[in-house]
Design a protein around this ligand. Structure first.
Ligand SMILES: Cc1cc2nc3c(=O)[nH]c(=O)nc-3n(C[C@H](O)[C@H](O)[C@H](O)COP(=O)(O)OP(=O)(O)OC[C@H]3O[C@@H](n4cnc5c(N)ncnc54)[C@H](O)[C@@H]3O)c2cc1C
Length: 383
């Protein structure tokens, strides 16, 4: 693995750094889980898009820069180092877009990708259901064929859909063949406007009280064939290509944690709480190790390899690292940690990392069985 950047990649870093230095808002934007914060984040997405920094790895015809995977990681490092705002468009650009590129037809690509890139349309991931989170394939929301109208009729309920209270469109899986032999079969992947007739979005408050996610109810919602992603009945395979992205790379690039580790070191220098030296150093090393591991992943992918089950290693790593970074910061702050601020907000959010994108218990099972080749747990062994 060659960790030296080429002259082109170094120039790309410089260009990104200069643009961010000139454009990142001086003050943090309000939480994207509030109406003013939502608008401010959408404006930021539009600003990024105007100079083609919103989706650097996409083709130029869709607002991108055709950047390589290495350049994308470089951009992310610069983005977080500059303290730029969180990406309100992340479900769309990081989770759904790779599927639209891989499984969507040209008409769908033209219709959905440009407005996703500019932040005009924000997407919500509607996968989880009240009885189907870790065991996603046991979902029970249905899609009934309607030949007369040329589409499908959706019924059921999704839950924990991040950003759905303010988002424009959703994507999710529905059971389109109730007679399928296996629960992973007979599922279809749909896209739908969240203001469609029959859809009700009911916000759910997070730990901080803001409506960070929502339950989404479907009552005879008509979706035309044009909004089916991939082949009907092939939804599981389509969905799994997103899960690998979400856990493994695109959702949590190392730049975010390296920037947090650097801020932790600054905080330590300001507070000089000597009893925490070891933990600060430990957290910083873990962030740096995650960065190097990710460069290994990027090299493997650039050489034609696949993310596969190894994405679960990244998932466990970044989520536990995020908790450690924030817990250490709160200890450094002492009683001041109780006062609202970025470390407290970040800590509350970090607690959800081991849950979303697939819980860490499940990720450890995947690592044990599919990465390490350990024997499968006997049925009923888990208490
Ligand atoms: C902040 C946040 C944002 C989210 N955003 C979204 C979103 O945008 N869209 C969306 O669709 N979903 C979203 N989710 C939902 C998330 O994906 C689910 O919460 C997660 O998959 C776990 O499912 P569950 O809540 O049903 O828990 P369960 O599946 O009921 O799990 C409960 C516990 O049992 C453990 N467990 C279950 N099965 C096993 C097993 N076989 N072996 C070992 N342990 C097991 C789990 O690890 C967990 O600790 C979000 C969740 C959070 C916290």
């Amino acid at each position: 693995m060659d960790l030296d950047l080429s002259p082109g990649e170094l120039a790309f870093r410089d260009e990104a750094r200069a643009w961010l230095a000139a454009n990142v808002p001086a003050d943090p934007l309000p939480s994207m889980d509030t109406s003013p914060g939502w608008r401010a984040h959408q404006e930021w997405e539009a600003r990024l898009a105007a100079d083609r920094w919103s989706v650097v790895s996409w083709p130029e015809e869709f607002h991108g820069r055709d950047a390589s995977l290495v350049e994308w990681v470089v951009f992310e490092e610069e983005y977080y180092r500059a303290g730029a705002p969180g990406r309100v468009s992340q479900n769309g650009i990081f989770l759904l877009a790779p599927i639209i590129f891989g499984h969507g037809n040209p008409e769908q690509q033209r219709r959905w990708l440009p407005t996703m890139a500019t932040g005009e349309q924000i997407w919500a991931q509607c996968w989880s259901e009240p009885e189907a989170g870790s065991d996603l394939a046991s979902l029970s929301s249905t899609a009934r064929r309607d030949d007369e109208r040329g589409g499908w009729v959706l019924n059921g309920q999704k839950t924990w859909s991040s950003r759905a209270p303010f988002a424009d469109w959703g994507f999710g899986l529905f059971r389109s063949d109730p007679d399928a032999q296996r629960k992973h079969d007979g599922l279809t992947y749909f896209c739908f406007p969240l203001d469609a007739a029959g859809i009700t979005v009911r916000p759910i408050a997070q730990l901080d009280g803001e409506p960070g996610f929502a339950e989404v109810f479907f009552e005879d919602v008509f979706v035309p064939d044009a909004d089916v992603l991939g082949a009907p009945g092939d939804g599981w395979r389509v969905a799994m290509s997103t899960a690998g992205n979400e856990r493994g790379l695109s959702l949590r690039s190392p730049g975010r944690f390296c920037a947090a580790a650097d801020r932790l070191v600054d905080l330590y220098a300001a507070t000089r709480t000597s009893s925490a030296t070891e933990r600060v150093v430990d957290a910083w090393i873990r962030a740096e190790a995650y960065r190097l591991y990710t460069w290994g992943t990027v090299t493997r992918l650039a050489d034609g390899g696949e993310m596969g089950a190894a994405g679960s290693v990244n998932k466990v790593w970044w989520s536990e690292l995020d908790v450690a970074l924030h817990e250490t910061a709160l200890d450094l702050l002492g009683p001041e940690a109780e006062v609202a601020g970025p470390w407290l907000d970040g800590y509350l959010f970090s607690l959800s990392g081991p849950i979303y994108a697939g819980t860490n218990e499940i990720q450890r099972n995947i690592i044990a069985e599919r990465v390490l080749g350990l024997p499968r747990e006997a049925k009923g062994a888990r208490a």
